[in-house]
Write a protein that binds this ligand. Sequence first.
Ligand code: GLA
Length: 346
Amino acid sequence: MSLKESYQSFFKIGAAIPAGVFENHSVLEHILTEYNSITCENDMKPENLLDAQKNQMEPEKYDKCPAVTFDRIINYMDFAQNNGLGVRGHTLIWHNQTPRWFFAEGYSIKENAPLANRETILARMENYIRVVLEYIQQRWPGVIYAWDVVNEAVDNGGLRESLWTQTVGEDFFLHAFRFARKYADSRVSLFYNDYSTFIPWKREAICKHILSPLLKEKLIDGMGMQSHFDMDTDLNEYKDGLFCFGALPLQIQITELDIHNADSSEASMKLLAEKYEKLFQLLLKTIKEKKADITGVTFWGIHDDMSWLTGFRGEKSYPLLFDGQLQPKMAYNSVLQAVHTELHSL
Ligand code: GLA
């Protein structure tokens, strides 16, 4: 049984995929076998949905309502719709991979161009969210089941300083969720997503600065724990994080799972497999004990040769369940083993 079949009664199993897969039939077959959810690795981020040319050619026309283009997501959305996969929308509002000109007066690309005022940026934010949600919901109804409305807004114990806080202010994330709630189909769950969410100071900052104000206004449905691990990640600390977010009236999704490991020796890949097995045992135990409502686990990539970690870490990484030839690694079997043991104990 594949990953998605084995975990069917627990949560969705997803993978982040790049556009290149649409030219590779065997990778597409592989995705359909193993996963029931996909995330666009980069193509649904603001830098790829905003239409730079139109906004810059006619800045007055688009000043309050930025022009958007959907060309880069068509393959993903058609593929998901035609094959019954769900899509995690990733991501609407982020300090990263959003061009500076989006925040500038007249969409100027000059390096030091003055930033537009709060009212203009709020209008741009609302219309960006509205157009993206409405277009996608109309053309591919029901395909996106969750949106990362805001990504990575916390840093150093408080709200991260960014062009969003500089232009709108510290309430920018509240506005983002209000707009998302206003325009999202009622079946779509709205998520806050971040990395290192299980580190105690960060977990507390996220709860205090982001989740509690959002919960007060009933604007949020889920917490996204990215979960970019390495071999030293402390699973006890992770468990505390999971339980802490799980105690809130929120779904939990593991949105970007990988475990950096630069040593491809058999012994090291065995340790990787053990780490994955322990993690999935923990996720299953958490569900069984009703400590968190885990509704999805997404891997950040499909196979080791496609992982972003090799570039990011500056060394070849072997962090996933499949090798560069798409052959299952020991880690794949151990993730399956975790659920089979659980199913037999029920
Ligand atoms: C963050 C983002 C993702 C992706 C990864 C690294 O976690 O949320 O979209 O960019 O970094 O690839």
